[in-house]
Design a protein around this ligand. Sequence first.
Ligand SMILES: [Fe+2]
Length: 246
Amino acid sequence: MLFFSKKKPTLAELIPENFTDIHSHLLPGIDDGSKTFEQTLLMMMSLKYIGFSAFITTPHIIQHVWNNTTEIINNTQDRTLLDLRNSKFTSPFRAAAEYFMDDNFNKLVETRDLLTIKDNYVLVEMSYMNAPIQLYTILFDLQVAGYIPVLAHPERYLFYHNNLSEYHKLKKAGCKFQLNLLAVTGYYGNQVASVAEKLLMGGLYDFVGSDVHHEKHIDSFNEKVKIKDLTPLKEVIKNNEFFAFE
Ligand SMILES: [Fe+2]
């Protein structure tokens, strides 16, 4: 008797045509992502080959680290769009931001000076070591101001790994969850992959993102997907159709 084990697909194989990405660092020279327009163009061509058809890129805004502003991001977006057109690269491309939940972020919420990934959806992140003391106040104030928080890569916050009930608490507090796609290949380690699998099986994710910063991230889309049940992953990837734009 022969036993057939189902072959695991690569992450790239799970990316549908017309995939809209909502998290990346493709604007040149303003964070720890792409350094030059040439690098941006090469990365976008590689991503397009995998199936990415529209790009909402999200440079970091982190006080004292990446002091980006709405104006800096918009200006860099406009220049990049021109350069892309001149290079005959026509995929839809626009910029929002990935906001670190710090004091500066609170001020931006107060003045409603936030770049959104769509409508009132705001991509937020926090330290991998600990949550901000006022986390739930920040999330509350953000929603009172009319925004919907989308928490980037919840699977990467190590301090939640032994306390999965915290994830349910965050969802109850109004957070949407964005899975980093590379997590399911083991790119960030086995523990992150295992937490991502649990969150997928629990139906906690809303959307996915590539969070690509450089070529190594893109190359890793050729790694096999480690998780057992692909159904919830495929469903969450499909949810990104919500963000499609021309
Ligand atoms: Fe990111």
